[in-house]
Ligand binder design. Structure first.
Ligand code: HEM
Length: 412
């Protein structure tokens, strides 16, 4: 491990941005090696260009707190390892630094305040029960399409004031296109379709925003946006960018945590028995699912000046990738970190929601959704049995499942 800053860069032995590591679930050892040998390392060549990797809990937290040196700004390259194409580089508040970030986040945050979350908790429970009542117990079905996606999309419809039954499909399609932002491998056809879909999304949201504009200010997300100084008069592209952030931020992340519940209890079946014995552990189990899955693999920053981190000299303008997936498996913080343990005493120290000023604004809503889903499974006396291997998302940014065949059995 390097101890003093030098120009000699610690070269990573493996390029951890390779999609194959995630599709084939082979990322554990490369990150364990980096944590042991080089907590800050340099990858000179990758599909996304050269980048630095930060892999320990301590250093990821440290970088997140130093927003003056490590910028999130879309003007410097945005927040994922992939540089977005210029026309899809959207200026929203996750990709902004203070003071713009501070002003816009302040508008959104109260819509996720505890008083609002108490209302949402009831709605989440109703939606979850409705979906689980419909799944065919005893037959094989896809957990991703029947539970994880409709649960998450339904909740997003509710927070935007849309009808989940009528509009979930549109919302999902827009979200999928919006999260395509930042991929290098976009074809001309894809870009044309992306533009069409984003126009349609903005047109629908503008209708919803106009309704709120004409009504008295309310507590919901869109009303807060439209009646605020910082977000009431955004340009169309900025409006689209911020709506896409709320949509994408809450979509794949929560969806993939909902799928990870099945995976965790399949690999560690005794952990479900622990919850059958003590349901008061369910909120902690939700934290552990999110830690163990780490649905956002990384966030990226760009240096605004020359700096030093763990003995490595990092010049201005370089890409620094914060690997949450690795920080959440850091043995210095989480004992036996690969293990899924619903009673883990410090599960909530995970960094899956990030840290510092950009920490996920929807964290509580996500925890409620995951906790409620676990409660409903336990309440129904179910055991969810995978029918073959799930298929995994090919992405160095989002860690998730594209399908997960399962069968529900009643606990004997
Ligand atoms: C920010 C993860 C659910 C909306 C973030 C960040 C992460 C994250 C890693 C960036 C933190 C940083 O840079 O330090 C997750 C995970 C979720 C989840 C793992 C589910 C398990 C949600 C939900 C919503 C949401 C349900 C809203 C409906 C946002 C927004 C931001 C954000 C708006 C930007 C915050 C800012 O820049 O100040 N999330 N998220 N997320 N998330 Fe989430």
């Amino acid at each position: 491990m390097a101890t003093a800053a030098t120009d000699a860069r610690a070269i990573a032995p493996v390029d951890v941005s390779r999609e194959a590591l995630y599709v084939e679930n082979r990322w554990h050892e490369p990150f364990a090696q980096l944590r042991r040998e080089m907590p800050v390392s340099w990858t000179p060549e990758s599909p996304y260009g050269p980048y630095w990797s930060v892999v320990t809990h301590e250093l990821v937290s440290k970088v997140e707190l130093d927003t003056e040196t490590f910028s999130s700004s879309w003007e410097r390259g945005n927040i994922t390892i992939a540089d977005p194409a210029p026309e899809t580089n959207l200026p929203n508040f996750i990709a902004a630094d203070p003071p713009l970030h501070t002003a816009q986040r302040k508008v959104i945050q109260p819509a996720f305040a505890p008083s609002q979350m108490r209302i949402r908790e009831q709605q989440v429970r109703e939606r979850c029960a409705y979906l689980l009542d419909k799944v065919p117990v005893g037959e094989t079905f896809d957990w991703v399409t029947e539970v994880s996606i409709p649960q998450t999309m339904g909740m997003l419809c509710i927070i935007f004031g849309m009808d989940p039954d009528a509009e979930s499909e549109d919302l999902k399609r827009w979200s999928d296109f919006a999260s395509g932002v930042g991929e290098n491998s976009q074809t001309e056809e894809y870009r044309a379709e992306w533009l069409t879909q984003m126009h349609a999304m903005l047109a629908r949201f503008d209708q919803l925003l106009d309704e709120r504009r004409q009504a008295e200010p309310g507590d919901d997300l869109l009303s807060r946006m439209v009646h605020s100084e910082a977000m009431g008069n955004l340009l169309p592209m900025e409006r689209l960018a911020n709506l896409a952030l709320l949509l994408v931020g809450g979509n794949d992340t929560t969806r993939n945590s909902a799928s990870a519940i099945v995976r965790g209890f399949d690999m560690y079946p005794e952990q479900l028995d622990v919850l059958y014995g003590d349901a008061s552990l369910i909120p902690n189990a939700a934290q552990e699912v999110i830690r163990w899955q780490s649905p956002v693999l990384h966030m990226r920053r760009t240096t605004t000046r020359d700096t030093e981190l763990a003995g490595q000299h990092i010049p201005e303008g370089e890409k620094v990738v914060l690997w949450y997936i690795s920080a959440n498996r850091d043995e210095a913080v989480f004992e036996d970190a690969d293990r899924f343990d619903v009673a883990r005493a410090n599960a909530r120290r995970h960094l899956a929601f990030g840290h510092g000023i950009h920490r996920c604004v929807g964290a509580r809503l996500a925890e409620i959704q995951i906790g409620t889903l676990i409660e409903e499974i336990v309440g129904r006396g179910w055991r969810i049995v995978p029918q073959g291997e799930p298929t995994r998302q090919a992405s160095p940014f989002l860690r998730g499942f594209t399908s997960m065949p399962v069968k529900i059995e009643r606990r004997g």
